[in-house]
Design a protein around this ligand. Sequence first.
Ligand code: ATP
Length: 234
Amino acid sequence: MLAVHDLTTTYGAVTALDGVSLEAPAGQVTAVLGANGAGKTTLLRTVSGLVRAQRGAVSLEGTDITRLPAERMTGLGIAHVPEGRGVIAELTVAENLRLGGLHRRQGSEPERLERVYELFPVLGDRSNALAHVLSGGERQMLVIGRALMARPRVLLLDEPSLGLAPRVVAQIFALLRTLVERDGLTVLLVEQNATSALSIADRGVVLGLGRVVATEPAERLAADEKLRHAYLGF
Ligand code: ATP
């Protein structure tokens, strides 16, 4: 389990996270929801060591990992897929994937590639294509696949649905669920698209202006009209 306790992160005078506590139980999808500026991206960046927490703690299976540098996180089994779908456009799909496995060699590379292609057959079909020809949805699969090459225990995913057609979002989210069921992966999924995220999540955490305003099983959160109107816009 990944646990965050009383996490506070500031950018100069801006307090982006203000005493956030939450848990992402092992083998589950925990969705972190909230409006623009609620602190969702900052939460993932603080957990993965890209920005420094002012206060509070992050632990993985009971071990304190607060303020470890980002490059140590891969070795611990934490993979962060930031928003923006950054790939190396002039490398092929397979070359991009291999980059994801460089720092954590668990199992042979062909075996790890095979598992990614099993999950995302379209990446296998296009393994020799240059990344810049991929569609937005394929790129999103590529960045998730690249993170999986490190065989993580915990996947931190930032806004994978952004800008994608609903059909593609549904496809990617269904694959994520398969992955969780198949490998027992722990997922912390940051999304503005609350409906899609809650459809595959076990639990939901709602952030409002850097604070946790609700933590509920996904189904209950999706049914909570007041909360949805106030914080989730649907
Ligand atoms: P979005 O969906 O727009 O990415 P978010 O919920 O992920 O929103 P954050 O990006 O974490 O929210 O931002 C939280 C707060 O921190 C906002 O007020 C934002 O303006 C501020 N912020 C984020 N990054 C920085 C930065 N590098 N410097 C200064 N302030 C920042």
